[in-house]
Design a protein around this ligand. Sequence first.
Ligand SMILES: C[C@H](O)[C@H](O)CC(=O)C(=O)O
Ligand SMILES: [Mg+2]
Length: 394
Amino acid sequence: MSEVTIKQVRAYTVRGGGADYHDQAEGHWIDSQIATPMSKYPDYRMTRRSFGLNVLGTLVVELEASDGSVGFAVTTGGEIGAWIVEKHLARFIEGKQVTEIEKVWDQMFNATLYYGRKGVVINTISCVDLAMWDLLGKVRGEPVHQLLGGPVRDELTFYATGPRPDLAKKLGFIGGKMPLVHGPAEGEEGMARNLSKLADMRSAVGEDFWLMYDCWMSLDVNYATRLAQGAHEFGLKWIEEALPPDDYWGYAQLKRDVPKGMLVNTGEHEATRWGFRLLLEMDCCDIIQPDVGWCGGITELIKISALADAHNKLVVPHGSSVYSYHFVITRHNSPFAEFLMMAPNADEVAPMFNPLLLDEPVPVNGRMSASALDKPGFGVRLNPECPLSRPYEH
Ligand SMILES: C[C@H](O)[C@H](O)CC(=O)C(=O)O
Ligand SMILES: [Mg+2]
């Protein structure tokens, strides 16, 4: 098995679908009015596509091994990611043994330090890394969670992200995280609307159901603190990504100033052990939320998670479907998982990466048994009906 090497890496782009902001069709809730750092510009307030949320599109990395096995992964990165893989990273991947994941990661990261570290470069490195874990699982005939040490519980439990926590409750989820709609530029009227939406949702779901607000980097410390204080009486469980990711000092202050018992969570736009070290050492939050397709892949998430554990913090990865499920089920400090409601009206459970992936497991009644993940690699296939394009063949 250790003789099996990577023969070829191929990087593709594909349009349409994909979780979170790959490229959703018009009218999807995820592209309705959501508070963002661009909401201060009325021209870019009503949809996230208006300021280009979908411009990157999806990157697909495929690895073919000398024994004929094929591993793959998808993330946000599109053409830029495809260029980086084919023109730069391929040299560190092809010819390596399928087990040399740590070495390939280190070479990719260090060779791109002069233009990388974060953003689309680390998304791309994440995608190659996930494809390597998928390939290793396929070569060995084992699911990725077994390669990571095996499940520590029999099932995953999920909260749902979307505008309808009331429906999420009926579908069996343990909580619902709504996107915040109005940012600071909409003043006190916007604040009142944000609070009244939460109040309405609290009446709809009753007392014990978790309700959270995802603020997608849109607030400042003052607004976020006032929102948290106003939301306390409606039992807001956590306030998420309230500030821009670089404002570690603001997060530390917010965490000190929110009402006792309310959690401050963040990290989906943070990357690598060094970025998370800042969040942890500066005591910026209660739960870190790395996205495994953006933070450096599984190889880096292992390190981030160990660091969080040593700081007594939980790790609840952002979205990302099977790529995070295989990790979460193996970690004691990841007690539940996120499910992004990708049905356009958030009224039913739809596979997160639909239509790109086949065999993608989804929670039933808010839960997923470990056995649903018992297929080699990440257990998913690329849908042959989604046309791939390979713009930069090397
Ligand atoms: C809806 C949110 O603003 C975002 O697109 C998803 C997200 O941040 C999350 O799932 O967390
Ligand atoms: Mg979020």
